[in-house]
Structures are given as C-alpha cells and as structure tokens.
Design a binder for this molecule. Structure first.
Ligand SMILES: NC(=O)C1=CN([C@@H]2O[C@H](COP(=O)(O)OP(=O)(O)OC[C@H]3O[C@@H](n4cnc5c(N)ncnc54)[C@H](OP(=O)(O)O)[C@@H]3O)[C@@H](O)[C@H]2O)C=CC1
Ligand SMILES: O=C1O[C@H](COP(=O)(O)O)[C@@H](O)[C@H](O)[C@H]1O
Length: 576
C-alpha cells in the first residue's frame, strides 16, 4: 500500500532536467544532482542559502508525479558524480492576487486550493495572498469570508486549526476597479510593502467574467507587475465564444503579456484521472499497441451533472453546454487520449502533439450533433424558468456529438462526446470500446449480441475515481458459462489518501512555471476551429433543442446519433 506523504514537504523533490531551462526561479542553489533508483526519474536536492528548509524546491508535476513510486517505496538516492551549482540570488517572495476575490470560484475553489497547498508545505516560506475586487471589504472581512470555505481536507493530520489561522494571516484584500490603473498601482504598493525588498514573483488569478479580462490584465501588467522576478497570469475560461472572439482575446492579452506569462486554465487537465491518461498509455505495454483504429471501435467522453445551471444562468445562456464543457474539457481529454507519443514530457512537446491531433480533426457538422435542453417538472425548474435565463432561450444544456480524427491512427473511429446538465447522475468518464474478437471461439456463449462481449476500458474521472476493464470470464464451475467481469482499480481502495483538487495541482504548476497542463494559444485556435462553424449554424438557423426532463438520461436523439455509427453509449447499457 502506498505510504502517505506530503507531496512537497520532503527535502528533495522531483522534476525533469528540462525544468532547468525555464526562467530562473530565484535563489535556488542546486547542490546535489542525483538519480533515484528508477532510471527515468531525476531527483535534484535543492537547498536555499537563506532558507535551507524548502523555500526554493521545485514541486511541479512536470511529468513526474509528486508521489511517484520510488519515493513511496523509500528508494535510496544514488548521487551522481556531477554537481550543478546555480548562481546565488536574493531571497524571494511569492504573491498570489486573486482578481475577483468576492466571487463564487474564488471562494469555492481558489482560496481552498491555496490553503491546501500551504497545508502541504507546497508554498514558499515567503508568500502573501491578496484578494482584489470592487466589493468593499477589510482584510478581516476577507479572512472571515474565506475561512468559511477552507477545510482541513487531510483530516488525519494535526494542527489544522493553527495552520488555517497562519494561512489567513497571510491573506489581505484590496478593493479596486478592474479598469483602474490607479487602483492597481495601490495594490502594487501594498505588495511591495509585504515583499519587503525581496525578489518578487507575482501570480495573478483572473477569477472574473471574461468581459473584464483585458482591462484587468492591462492594469495589472502596467501597474502591478514585478520589477525583479516573474509575473504570471492565470486566465479562467471562457476564452472567447468562437474562433474570432478567442483570437481577439489572445491578441489583446498579448499586448500586455508574453505567451509564456499566460496560463489558460482548464481545470479538467488537473484532474487525477486525466493526468493519469498519459501514464496509462505510455508506461504500460499492454495499452499502447492497442491504441488505434486496429483495435478500438469507438471512444466516448461523457460528462453529466445532476443539477442545472442554478445561479449561473446569466453566464451559461451566453455560452451553452458545447462551449462550457465540450470545446474545452472534453476536447482536451480527447487530445490527450488520441495524441501521438510526445518526444518528452516537456510542456511544449506535449502541447505540440495535442495541437497536431486537434488540427487533424474534422470540423463538426450539424448532422453529427444532437442538442437538448432540460425542462422542469413538479419539483424542479426547467432551464428557461431560471429567472436569469430568457424564456425563449434555445441555449443547449445537453449535447452529443460524433467527432473524427483524420489521421492514420484514428481513421474512421468515432469519438463520441456527450455532455449535459440536470441529468440523472453526476459523472465524467472516458470509455474505450474495443473491436470484436475475430473468429471468436466462444461466440455461441454470447448469444446474438456480440457487442456485449467486447472489451471496454473505462476511466472514471469522477466521482469515485477508477480504471476498470470489462473482460469476459469463465464462471467457475464444471460447465462453460461466461460472464462479464471487471478488472477494477478503484482509487479509494488502492490509494487511501484523498485526491487533491484539480485547482491545487494547477496553481502549484503555475507557481512553478510548469505549462504542461495549461492551454497554449495555437491549441485554443485549433479547438475553436472544430466547433465554430457548428456553433454559428446552430445560432443562425435557430435550431431548437430537444427537451428532456430534469433528472433524466437526456434526449433520445443521442442514441440515434450513436446508432448512426454503430455505437452504444457505454453508460446506458445497464451494466455500466
Ligand atoms: N464558478 C465556477 O464554478 C466556475 C467559474 N469559471 C470562470 O471563472 C471566472 C469567475 O467565475 P465566478 O467566480 O463564478 O464569477 P462571478 O460572477 O462570481 O464573478 C467574480 C467577481 O467578478 C466581479 N464581477 C462580476 N460580474 C461583473 C461585471 N459584470 N463587471 C465587473 N465585475 C464583475 C464580482 O466582484 P466585485 O463586484 O466585487 O468586483 C464578482 O464577485 C469566470 O470567468 C467563470 O467563467 C470557470 C469554471 C467554473
Ligand atoms: O467549467 C465548468 O466545470 C463545471 C464542472 O466542473 P467539475 O470539476 O465540478 O466537474 C461545470 O459545472 C461548469 O458549468 C463549467 O463552467
């Protein structure tokens, strides 16, 4: 069983040698370059002159899981002969400014993720957190607000209350307008005061609606960027509504920031099972040879929520489920699933492969899409009954689509997506349905329905993370009866430690300058190219969505779409 360790509190941490080519990360001094027993895993012992504890350790997930096997197994480090020494610099300070700190995402996800990182010793010794928004609030009021959403997730660890208090004392607030250079200059003074002459690294998290992204970036970069260290900006989705608006947003952001300062977040890339997709594919011989049209019949990406747009109707109605979930979360997973083997685990190598696969995809056509909208019942309000949604809205809350990748590996394989709100269950999963066994000796044992006898690999992203493979198995006994069984890796059984929230991983990576899990602008362009023509056609032709009851499995049209490509949705076969 895996040992429970904090990902950041060990005195040595892992990262790939290529991390050294990134921007200097302040005053780190590499004094011991060693290699763990696993030949693929390089380990650097990093000591800071000023803070020998762990101030400058690189902890990002750069391709090498923080809790990787050899660490858990306690393998001894074998020092290599060569010693690398980086130039010494001054002590540094990290500041994280949450722009839009009064909002839903900030309270629900960002502050709790920052606290979890602090709790796990993943933040540097010198750090401050600032909330920034228009709402008038004192530091104390911000602390009071965020303390309600911080949780001691790691319940077996001690001193959570003390840690929480310590964390809150590092949180401050500045009230300002998003388009006011003057207000950002005031923020800058407060940051400088806290930095106290140390080298300053500044991360801004734009947790605000998209119409104020550019103003905030203009003011932050002009008046509050670091003069001595790095300045990075995490941008939340949506990144535009279509190819044109996305390109315009990119152009505007790039007036004030270089591409490598922009961290476009897609929180699905920070989910454990999505991270594991590449590990599963590229480190297990049993999967990669099967990963093509030769053995895979179809792949399904399924997202469902058992609640509606409650509270977010204003935002949602302008976007709809295709932009909200498919064009980003599901497409990102698809790209990771289908890409060729990258040259290395470096961010650019991975993102290059993702772009290639996205560029090989056919633009979606209307006939390959089904849209739906939930209606109300006795106990639930329908989508258009939400007071923030127009009564005659045609915005889809459900969509199913068949996508195709026109390359040698995936020619002819349907990649089906299904996403919906107000359905019967909450889940996100990847389903890989394999082809029939040619000349199957056991054909007669399966009856007429050979589809039921094919192997299916399921990666359940949430809830109850799991990887399971459906196989045919002989029922023990004297006869020859076969049944369907699962080879099941249920995370809660195998890994007792609670899985970190996606935002923790992504924030940590942004702090470390690791871009692997963030979206590059050409990836974004390629993603929008697939969906933009369809989105425009849906809107110009005013295509009416098929209504489905709140809490149901969604419109039946989704089944006809799948049937058109000889596919059955894996989540509705009755033996999920
Ligand atoms: N909430 C979620 O679950 C998710 C959100 N996102 C994205 O994250 C970002 C933030 O989301 P969320 O926190 O829900 O957003 P909110 O609507 O809660 O907005 C965040 C803050 O921005 C300010 N604000 C809101 N509307 C305006 C406006 N029209 N003009 C100026 N300021 C405004 C408000 O602060 P004040 O009035 O104090 O200035 C508000 O507290 C968005 O881009 C969203 O799409 C992405 C994934 C999930
Ligand atoms: O980005 C979004 O994601 C959430 C679902 O995220 P999850 O991590 O809870 O699965 C979705 O509810 C929201 O509409 C969308 O904007």
């Amino acid at each position: 069983m895996a040992t429970q360790i904090s990902p950041c509190s060990s005195s040595s941490t892992t990262f790939s040698p290529s991390s050294l080519n990134q921007e200097p990360f302040s005053s780190a001094k590499l004094v011991n370059f060693s290699r763990k027993s696993s030949p693929s895993r390089w380990v650097f012992k990093i000591h800071s002159r000023i803070n020998p504890k762990n101030q400058f350790e690189l902890k990002s997930s750069n391709g090498y899981p923080l809790n990787a096997v050899s660490l858990q197994d306690g393998a001894a480090e074998k020092p290599l002969a060569k010693e690398i020494v980086l130039p010494e610099q001054t002590e540094s300070n990290l500041s994280v400014t949450v722009v839009g700190a009064s909002g839903d995402l900030a309270k629900k996800k960002i502050f709790p993720a920052l606290f979890a990182l602090f709790y796990e010793d993943c933040l540097p010794r010198n750090f401050v957190i600032f909330g920034y928004a228009r709402t008038k609030m004192t530091d104390e009021e911000l602390r009071e607000t965020i303390s309600r959403t911080l949780t001691c997730r790691i319940d077996k660890r001690e001193n959570c209350g003390d840690k929480m208090e310590e964390f809150l004392q590092r949180c401050f607030y500045h009230s300002g307008q998003y388009n006011s250079e003057e207000n950002f200059a005031e923020l800058d003074s407060k940051l400088k005061h806290k930095e106290d002459g140390k080298l300053s690294n500044r991360l801004f998290y734009l947790s605000i609606p998209p119409n104020i992204f550019v103003d905030s970036v203009r003011c932050a970069s002009g008046k509050a960027s670091s003069k001595t260290g790095w300045t990075r900006v995490i941008v939340e989705k949506p990144f535009g509504r279509d190819s044109e608006s996305s390109a315009e947003l990119t152009r505007s952001l790039k007036k004030y920031l270089a591409e490598d300062q922009i961290f476009r977040i897609d929180h699905y890339l920070g989910k454990e099972l999505v991270e594991n997709l590449s590990v599963l594919r590229f480190s297990n011989l049993v999967f990669e040879p099967l990963w093509s049209r030769n053995y895979i019949r179809n792949v399904q990406f399924i997202f469902s929520e058992d609640f509606g747009t409650e509270g977010r109707g204003g935002y949602f109605d302008n976007y709809g489920i295709i932009r909200d979930i498919m064009q980003n979360h599901l497409l990102q997973i698809l790209a990771l699933f289908a890409m060729e083997t990258p040259v290395s685990l470096d961010a650019e190598d991975i993102r290059n492969e993702k772009v290639k696969v996205l560029k090989s995809m056919r633009r979606l056509k209307l006939e390959d899409v089904v849209i739906g909208q939930y209606k109300g019942g006795k106990s639930y309000l329908g989508y258009t009954e939400d007071p923030t949604v127009p009564n005659d809205s045609l915005t889809p809350t459900f969509a199913a689509a068949a996508l195709f990748i026109d390359n040698a590996r995936w020619d002819g394989v349907p990649f089906l997506m299904k996403a919906g709100k107000a359905l019967n269950t909450r889940r996100a999963e990847i389903r890989v349905q394999f082809r029939h066994v040619p000349g199957n000796l056991y054909k007669k044992n399966f009856g007429m329905d050979m589809d039921k006898a094919t192997n299916e690999l399921v990666l359940r992203v949430q809830p109850d993370e799991a990887i399971y493979l459906k196989i045919n198995n002989k029922v023990p006994g004297l006869g020859m009866r076969l049944d369907r069984s699962d080879l099941n890796l249920l995370y809660s059984m195998r890994y007792p430690k609670e899985i970190p929230d996606a935002y923790e991983r992504l924030l940590l990576d942004a702090i470390e300058g690791e871009r692997r899990l963030f979206i590059r602008s050409d990836e974004l362009d390629a993603a929008w190219s697939i969906f933009t023509p369809l989105l425009k056609e849906l809107e110009t032709k005013k295509i009416a969505p098929e209504l489905y009851p709140y809490g149901s499995r969604g419109p039946v049209g989704a089944h006809y779409l799948a049937a058109k490509y000889n596919v059955r949705w894996g989540d509705v076969t009755g033996e999920e």
